[in-house]
Design a protein around this ligand. Structure first.
Ligand code: COA
Length: 340
């Protein structure tokens, strides 16, 4: 198999020393300076150079064929009985949330008590030991302060409405139910629709996603946010259709002055349609990731990106354009919202 490590052996640091001293033939020196050595040694990894020359790079596509396999997500079944049980529970929460007189704080308290301490729901807390009373008090969002509440620019009226739902989301994620993908994605979806400023179809969030205000998030259709992602929507975050934010990524929309930490900027961070923020990457506040661009693993985007280009590193720099490959046909999403 064609591996980059093989070609690294062809990259003798000595060769660069020779160029540095003006050695080697004129043509060789010119090539080495105008094209990165890796591109010469590994032409199958250089789609841009070839496409700039208006050429199709068969080696690149051959290498992709060799190393990549088309693996759309498979459908995972659960028994009909369990599917109905989950559906009944989710449906009852959805219905209660839809009721015009819904007390979201009370709903949050009862659902969390039933999930975490079912044997204590309906019990008078005053009859319980002191630590248990404190523990039970945590099921009620009114008894809890969350970090964003300390931010001066908070819109208290809007936050008041979403706070119990954010707390319900976060405490659900600390329960035995959280890592059940089938249940968790559906549960978070019904909360997201009521928390975000805008939430498109088929939104999928995996466990331990953390948001700031929640009400400053605008999310398009078919967006997926993987586990342990931070969406700091303090200044606002817009995620376009089909955006994917991978595990442990961070998206910020606030920053602090270097001298005075209380000097704060809150620009909106915009991630256009089809962008992939890959695992452990970070998008700094106010950055605009253009349509179809990609931020490589552990990269930190400090500046705007060009459409359909790949960025990597700290700070993230463009490493290449995406190759002009024909896209595969769409495949069914096993976690799609049946209601569209
Ligand atoms: C950025 C990325 C997309 C590039 O993949 P690629 O097109 O196959 O790129 P290559 O492996 O040819 O790498 C090109 C160069 O960038 C470097 N590079 C690749 N990924 C990098 C990263 N995350 N950070 C820093 N440098 C990186 C390579 O070392 C190579 O450098 P070299 O030319 O000096 O050897 C890929 O490495 C990556 O980070 N993918 C994220 C994983 C992913 O898809 N996550 C989503 C999961 S939900």
């Amino acid at each position: 198999m064609l591996r980059s490590t093989d070609s690294r052996k062809l990259t003798p640091p000595r060769a660069w020393r020779v160029i540095g001293k003006g050695g080697g033939s004129r043509t060789w020196r010119l090539c080495a300076i105008t094209l990165p050595w890796q591109r010469l040694a590994r032409p199958w990894k250089a789609p841009n150079v070839w496409s700039h020359l208006g050429l199709f790079n068969p080696l690149y596509h051959f290498n992709t064929l060799l190393t990549m396999t088309f693996l759309p997500n498979r459908v995972v079944g659960i028994s009909e009985d369990i599917g109905r049980l989950y559906g009944r529970w989710l449906g009852s929460i959805d219905e209660r949330l839809d009721a015009p007189d819904c007390d979201r704080y009370e709903l949050c308290r009862t659902v969390l008590t039933e999930v975490h301490f079912p044997h204590l729901s309906g019990v008078d807390p005053a009859t319980l030991p002191l630590p248990t009373q404190v523990l039970l008090a945590q099921m009620d969002a009114r008894n809890v302060t969350l970090e964003p509440e300390y931010y001066a620019e908070i819109d208290l009226e809007r936050y008041e409405r979403v706070k119990p739902l954010i707390w319900l989301w976060e405490m659900f994620d600390r329960s035995a139910l959280a890592e059940n993908v089938h249940l968790g994605v559906k549960f978070r979806r019904l909360l997201a629709k009521r928390i975000f400023r805008k939430c498109g179809h088929n939104f999928k969030a995996f466990h331990h996603v953390k948001m700031s205000f929640g009400y400053n998030l605008e999310v398009g259709d078919n967006v997926v946010v993987h586990r342990h992602v931070l969406l700091d929507d303090r200044g606002g975050i817009r995620l376009g259709d089909g955006v994917s934010v991978s595990d442990f990524a961070n998206v910020y929309s606030h920053s602090h002055g270097v001298v005075e930490g209380r000097d704060i900027t809150t620009p909106v961070t915009v991630i256009d349609a089809g962008v992939r923020v890959t695992y452990h990457a970070t998008v700094m506040s106010g950055v605009h990731l253009a349509e179809g661009s990609m931020l490589g693993a552990f990269g930190v985007a400090t500046k705007d990106t060009e459409p359909h280009a790949i960025y990597a590193g700290i700070p993230a720099k463009k490493i290449k354009d995406k190759p002009d490959e024909s896209r595969r046909p769409p495949t069914p999403d096993p976690l799609a919202d049946p209601e569209g």
